[in-house]
Design a binder for this molecule. Sequence first.
Ligand code: AMP
Length: 576
Amino acid sequence: MEFKEMGLREEILSAIKDIGFEKPTPIQEQAIPHLLSDPSDLIGLASTGTGKTASFGLPLLNYIDTGNKSTQGLVICPTRELCIQITKDLENYSAKMKGTNIVAVYGGTDIQKQIKQIEKTAHIIVATPGRLVDLIKRKKVKLSDVDTVILDEADEMLNMGFKEDIDSILEKTPQDKCIWLFSATMPKEVSQIAKTYMVEPFEITVGGKNETNKNIVHEVYQVKEKDRYAALKRLIDFNPNIYGLIFCRTRRQTAEVADKLMADGYSAEPLHGDLSQAQRDRVMSKFRDKHLQILVATDVAARGIDVDDITHVIHYNLPEDVENYTHRSGRTARAGKNGTSIALINTKEGGKIRSIEKIIKTEFQHKKLPDPQNIIAKQLFQMITEVKESEVDEAAIEQYMPEVMRQLGEFSAEDLVKRFVSVEFNKFVNYYSNSSDLDATGSSSRTSKGRSDDENKNRFFVNLGKKDGLNQGALLRLICDNSNVNKDAIGKIDILNNFSFFDADKDITELILGKLQNIDFEGNKMHVEQTKSGGNARKNTGGQRKNNGGRRGDFSKKNDGPRGKHGSRERRRKRR
Ligand code: AMP
């Protein structure tokens, strides 16, 4: 069914068209026509990202009588984040409904400002439970004319201990109101709310109960406990365009992982309860605006994070309570998009994965960590794509060009390309040339290619490999012939597909670095660099370039179009 066949007001149809909603999502297809013809109690079992805000928001707005200044709709949700998001969505859907006022009330911010907004007119209040109870106690909200109460993410609200607040709010609303309850899961506490306050609710389920989104691929990587962080880096490096959420179990671990990632040059920041509200807001808005690529969060802090286009959810540790896995992974693959949920586990955590598989009714793909060589190739080609796509600001660069040309003019085009690419690329080569196999499933036995085993020798990187026709003998000859050193000074040689490594006595390092540049080998120019020793994450080695997350563009759906007339409201209520 199309939106225009559902019976929505013209102003709403026009607004959602401007936003870009072309076809209803499955939950919208079920909920909207039903609620428009029968607004009585409803239970929607749907996880986040399925389009459920519009599935209740559009019918709710359709029923609003803007000529009546009283509060007619109440949306209760678990977190400030979600509260702001729902309010924004409702504002966008009603952008053409002249005079519609939607007010968000949530904790951690000036209550007086919210009171003023409510006093002005609040056709719909979107609230977190605690703040709404506070406003009710202060007698600053009048809920006696509320026709519809929406409980969004009911399971989360009960998880967070809001049961009493919800009870006290519902008691302050009229007996004959309608309740539309949305929940990803249906634990007995949610069933209890339904039993107590709802009358023969109509039930809508998107996907099976307690199931996660089918568009999510679940992957698991087994590593030794000590390698968890190195494995995380590898996964991030293999996904240069990641826009990801990393879950840790504790605030301390969240801070530690985020600190390490930042120190290693990634565009990452933490989100946890030890941060002030202002700090959390700043981080969230950076992440939402895609100025931040990676958010490292605790389960509690990440509740209600409603950000589109998250490509990966990474469970740095599995959640304490396996039920939480569904909530975590539901942050990706929203609105019909695809996403990946990655669990990092140690050798003792296989049982937990099996428990989660039972809950999500999906099997994990047991994967091996990406190979350093593949990571290097991925990063190189990502860089090349960025170079190809970058725009040249002719006017700004013009004044510097004569000096740039004076300094670089003598290099050939090929040499220049290699040098520019190497500025970033070498960091990855150096980092990964020293890294060993982190897989703890026991089936792989790669050895370190980049670190010299001999403490009297240094290790060198060569930009040519098997694919260029290089072999051990040829490389040894090239080294000895061009630098005039004895072959005894050269140690272990590893020829890989795309590049190679060799050991050489420390005292000939300068000679090798000086003499073995731009050497022709079967039509390719050979370059040699010294690898850095020590296999652990270092500042500025590995790691993505900072602030490259903004490339995905702005998905803001704000609509500032003119607001039109609305029709009058007529609805049936269940009398109790
Ligand atoms: P929700 O589950 O309501 O948080 O929605 C998830 C995302 O899907 C939000 O960014 C919505 O704007 C988007 N969305 C909801 N309904 C549609 C639709 N019919 N077509 C396209 N995008 C939608």
